[in-house]
Design a protein around this ligand. Structure first.
Ligand code: CA
Length: 241
């Protein structure tokens, strides 16, 4: 039997308060998740580039830089799954975090069990995305409307050959859409979860961000269409090679 990939996942925790950092690590450890903490944004960015973690938990209030800036730089240089931890009960920060590519957020103070449940849910989502493709065969590269996407490397190229930066969450979403073009995909299918909260805006935020990156007019989208009450539809023909 192979080891449980969630159990062997590497988690980095960016938290400047030692007491909170200890609590988070202990909670994750109780459920078999190995985590390491770093106290500053700069340190997290350095570490993430070196060790390619599976998941980063990022506190927004930090001594050296804004947590949202850390998230932005992380997605540019070392994309990985991200959960935001915030004491700020500020909706705009949370929405901005999701727009910047975070997968989830948790408002402090939180129940350790909820933290662990959400972390595991994110890790499962990525693991399932990865395990959908046969392991021994390269997933190949997708071509649509002159664009090229390499899901293995999160590489998106415009028809002019320019590279577009994608967060890990955006790349996973695009991959899902490209695997099933011209079919309506529900929010649950796109998030890879059952029972998605109808008020959860994260998928809509991610879709609108992806549209902008694909030069799809958000007011009148032609590539990723909204099917009201049902989900989203990727309209282009896709070839894999
Ligand atoms: Ca803090």
């Amino acid at each position: 039997m192979s080891p449980n990939p969630i159990m062997s996942a590497q988690v980095l925790v960016l938290e400047d308060e030692p007491e909170v950092a200890r609590l988070i690590c202990a909670s994750l450890a109780d459920y078999g998740l190995q985590a390491e903490t770093v106290p500053t944004g700069r340190e997290l960015l350095k570490r993430a580039q070196r060790s390619a973690p599976d998941l980063c938990l990022i506190d927004l209030g930090l001594p050296d830089m804004d947590g949202l800036q850390v998230l932005k730089e992380l997605q540019e240089h070392a994309p990985c799954a991200v959960m935001i931890l915030t004491g700020r009960n500020d909706v705009s920060d949370r929405v901005l975090g999701l727009e910047l590519g975070a997968d989830d957020y948790l408002v402090k103070p939180f129940e350790p069990r909820e933290l662990v449940a959400r972390a595991r849910s994110i890790l499962r989502r990525y693991q399932r995305g990865a395990s959908d493709a046969p392991v021994t065969v390269s997933p190949g590269v997708a071509h649509f409307n002159g664009w090229t996407f390499d899901p293995g490397r999160h590489h998106l190229l415009t028809p002019a050959g320019e590279e577009v930066g994608l967060s890990a969450a955006e790349a996973a979403l695009l991959h899902t859409l490209l695997r099933r073009p011209n079919r309506i995909l529900t929010r649950e299918q796109l998030l890879g979860e059952r029972d998605v909260d109808p008020f959860d805006r994260s998928i809509d935020v991610r879709i609108s961000r992806l549209r902008r990156k694909l030069d799809d007019d958000p007011q009148n989208p032609r590539l990723i269409k909204t099917v009201y009450g049902a989900g989203y539809l990727f309209t282009a023909g896709v070839t894999w090679g």
